[in-house]
Design a protein around this ligand. Structure first.
Ligand SMILES: Cc1cc2nc3c(=O)[nH]c(=O)nc-3n(C[C@H](O)[C@H](O)[C@H](O)COP(=O)(O)O)c2cc1C
Length: 141
């Protein structure tokens, strides 16, 4: 059975709910998905996963300067370098107005440390949209 780890950093709970929705979708598609916050994550389990979902809420000045927050960046710095082919990596975020430079900043922090992220999901509500579900389904193929 394929395994996924969904690691999130959430300030007020929306990104946690989005991560939970992603994990529930994966479990419903036959992928054993586990969800943990950046603070709870056992780094030694990451290399054994087939899929790694990394999520962080969007912080910034609402129209410009979006970036993942320091606890998420610290998690990435502390993470062991993973293979560039496995686990396959997806990014997710929640936001209010625009994600702007959030994904570029997340990708930059991961450069050379994981496989290149091949999926980016974003939500205002923390719910999975039909488009998110289609994108996830494609990602699993
Ligand atoms: C200090 C602060 C800065 C924020 N900056 C942005 C921003 O630049 N762009 C945006 O779209 N949303 C911004 N938001 C909104 C959050 O990204 C949004 O509410 C998100 O869903 C919060 O996720 P969480 O509940 O997981 O913490 C900001 C929120 C806060 C508290």
């Amino acid at each position: 059975m394929a395994r996924a780890i969904v690691v999130y950093r959430s300030h007020s709970g929306v990104t946690r709910r989005y991560g939970e929705a992603i994990a529930a979708f994966l479990n419903g598609r036959g992928v054993a998905a586990q969800i943990v916050s950046v603070g709870e994550c056992d780094m030694t389990t990451l290399a054994d996963a087939d899929y790694l979902f990394l999520g962080c809420w969007t912080s910034g000045l609402f129209v410009v300067m979006q970036h993942p927050d320091e606890p998420w960046l610290a998690f990435v710095r502390d993470m062991p370098a993973l293979s560039t082919s496995r686990p396959r990596v997806a990014l997710f975020t929640t936001y209010k107005l625009r994600t702007g430079s959030q994904f570029p900043k997340m990708r930059a922090a991961l450069t050379g440390r994981t496989a290149t992220p091949s999926l980016e999901l974003q939500s205002r509500s923390g719910h999975l949209s039909p488009a998110d579900e289609r994108a996830l389904q494609q990602f699993l193929i």
